[in-house]
Structure formats: C-alpha cells, structure tokens
Ligand binder design. Structure first.
Ligand code: NAG
Ligand code: NAG
Length: 252
C-alpha cells in the first residue's frame, strides 16, 4: 500500500500539469478516499500555478514601472546638470515671495509691473452727453501703456492698489458734474460751478483696489455739457502695490 501511494505521488508530480493524465489516474483509483485526497492535491497545485502566473505578471508590471521612473529620474538629473542657470534664476523671485521678508516691504519688487500715466485735455470739448467719458487725449506719461487715450480710460494691467488724480476745469458760465467710474459703476462725484466770465477748478485723489482688466474713467453727468481744455484738465494715476493673492476682497 505504502509503495503504491509512493508510486502514485511520483506519477502525480510527473503529470501534475497534464489534465488528461490526472483524470486517467483518478479514474483508475479504487479507493474513493485516496481519489479525494489526490483531487485536492491537484486542485491546490493548479491554484499555485495560477498564483505563480499572476505574480509573474505583477512582477513584470513593477519592473516596467521601475524602468519608467528610472528614465524620468535620469532625464530630470540630466536637465538639472545641463541648465544650472535655471535653478539660479528661479531663486531670487522665490525669496521675494516670503511673506515676512524684508524684500516684501520694498516697492521695487521685481514681480511688479511699473504702471504710471498722466494725460491732459488739449482742446475745449463741447456737447458732451450724459455718461460720455472725458477723453484726456494728450498723453504725457504712460508707463505700462495702461491708459487708453482714445477711450479716455485706464485699464488695470495687473490686480493691485492704484492711486488716481483728476483735475477738471469748468468753462465760464457752466455748472457741471462728473462721475469717477470703475467698470461703469459710480465711485465719486466732482462738481464745478463757474459763473459767467469766471473759471472754476476741482480736483480729487482716489485710491482703488482693482482686479486685472478693471477700467476707470471720468464721465460727464449733465446732458450737452462742455469742459475746458488747454491742458487745465488732467487725469493721472499709478500702481501703488500689486496684489498677488485672492482678488475677491475688493474694496471699491
Ligand atoms: C485740437 O484742436 C486742434 C485745432 O482745431 C486740432 O488740430 C486738433 O486735432 C485737436 N486735437 C484733438 C485731440 O481733438
Ligand atoms: C497743451 O498741450 C499741447 C501738447 O503739448 C500743446 O500743443 C498745447 O499748446 C497745450 N496747450 C496749452 C494751452 O498749453
């Protein structure tokens, strides 16, 4: 009996992978207990075979992934070696982004766009309609090209805090009002009353927190009005501080 089982086991190992051989072997057995034991052994062997195949597959995928990562790492190392200048160039701006650094307090932040404009009104302008902007046509200063002398509007090139100044000069015999407007929304009003034969001037400075693309201009209020030119009426402004954070907190 012992011998028979031993022979059977040898056979089992030799033909373990051969389904037909296994079936044959099992059907030839007289003892149902032995058949059951062998069937169980065969099943377990099959299962181990499947596991091995699966491990092999996972292993191959991992090898492939390792290779990809090695390639990426090599190319990153290569880039760093080839362009040491890039690393150096990146350093100064990063330093300036420190929230509490001394650099932060400086107005001469390299990341800031210089923006400053100053324009005057060359000629007297008559028959200005309600809501029509004053076109300060003569551009004296326009650093950053943010003032548009055709529209008479300043358009913020970057988000930030801006300082503006408007001086208006009324024609004799005219009582006029003007609105400072941001995105066509009222900000403040200027009023001039020049009796006949007299002049009147009004000036205003205002500070606005603007988002990139916001526009600011000065619009006439009363219908069919006039304003004095000859460079007495002016519009100017500059960027006080660029803002880089959340643009949601807009004051005006
Ligand atoms: C101002 O008036 C002069 C003389 O009439 C004219 O030549 C010039 O084009 C005017 N300028 C503007 C900006 O309208
Ligand atoms: C206003 O400025 C323009 C451009 O410089 C000049 O031609 C004109 O004479 C000036 N007008 C006055 C009254 O200064």
């Amino acid at each position: 009996m012992t011998f028979t089982i031993l022979v059977l086991f040898v056979n089992v190992f030799v033909f373990a992978n051969q389904v037909e051989a296994k079936k044959e072997l099992l059907s030839g057995l007289e003892s149902s207990d032995l058949r059951e034991i062998l069937e169980d052994i065969f099943n377990r062997l099959d299962e181990k075979d499947r596991e091995l195949v699966e491990y092999g597959r996972v292993n191959a995928l991992q090898q492939q992934r390792i290779q990809e990562l090695e390639n990426q790492l090599n190319s990153i190392n290569k880039d760093c070696d080839l362009k040491p200048a890039t690393k150096q160039v990146l350093k100064p701006p990063m330093k300036q982004l420190k929230p509490d650094g001394v650099e932060r307090k400086s107005r001469q932040n390299e990341l800031e766009h210089p923006v400053a404009f100053y324009a005057t009104l060359t000629n007297h302008t008559f028959h200005i309609g309600t809501g029509q902007p004053i076109i300060f046509d003569r551009v004296v200063t326009n650093v950053g090209q943010a003032y548009n002398h055709v529209l008479g509007a300043f358009i913020a090139p970057v988000s930030g805090v801006y300082v503006f100044s408007v001086t208006l000069f009324a024609m004799p015999g005219h009582t006029t009002a003007y609105n400072v407007m941001k995105n066509d929304v009222f900000i403040s009003r200027m009023y001039l009353k020049a009796p006949s034969g007299n002049y009147e001037t009004a000036a205003q400075t205002f500070i606005l927190q603007l988002d990139k693309g916001d526009d600011v201009n000065v619009q006439n209020v009363s219908p069919d009005e006039a304003i004095h030119g000859y460079n007495y009426s002016t519009f100017s402004g500059f960027l006080l501080q660029q803002t880089f954070g959340n643009p949601a907190a807009v004051i005006g």
